[in-house]
Design a binder for this molecule. Sequence first.
Ligand code: PGA
Length: 262
Amino acid sequence: MDQLEVKKPLIAGNWKMNLNHLEAIAVTQKLSYSLEDKDFDAVDVAIIPPFTDIRSVQTLVDGDRLRLLYGAQDISPEKSGAYTGDISALMLSKLGCTFVLVGHSERRAHHGESDELINRKLRATFSMDMVPILCIGEDLAIRESGEHVQYVLTQLRNALKGIHKPDLKKVVIAYEPIWAIGTGRTATPEDAEEVCSAIRRELIKIGTEEISHNARILYGGSVKSGNIVDIMREPSIDGALVGGASLEADEFARICKFHRVI
Ligand code: PGA
């Protein structure tokens, strides 16, 4: 946790269901050698591998004292017990996870995750002092109806319902329009800024001015080295959640070096 600084940009690579633990070791090593201390000083770089890779990543990060952060793609809302296939907050915390993705649109779509479940997963994440990356975003039909800002703010309010202020301070929000995920169709920087700035204003109402000001709000959806600079120039965007382009160490490292040209 002490590596985390308020408002330092965060670039997180969501590997989804890709890369086995042997491939994870190779990509993690290559990524860390492709980045220099000046990159880690300027940007928090995180990888979010599948559960089965996390122990291997932990061993590398601890053993070689890498400056990479890492986390998990999902978490159980329950503490322990008869929940076959689920992974608890304590298990992830023991593996040294800093971050947990909560409410990714693929989990909402394929596993029917509701706002209420997402709220419970956020609480589980906070219970072990990990940092949730709460994903919110609209689909194409909602975007075309023009209701996208209200839709995303409703997701935000529902997910954060009843979360106490000390925990709210830690949350990272990722705005990921579903129509831009894995499609090669990136939201324009202006589209992303419109929603991210609305999220920041809403965080004042949900929390405080200070919480809103310090919160890291990421953009996600077809981010690559060719568009990261323009995205990061937007005032309300503090980082990116990267899917496909995080699977290849060279490309992900180029994304993480955006600060060198801004
Ligand atoms: P993408 O995925 O970068 O492949 O569009 C982003 C995400 O789903 O987090």
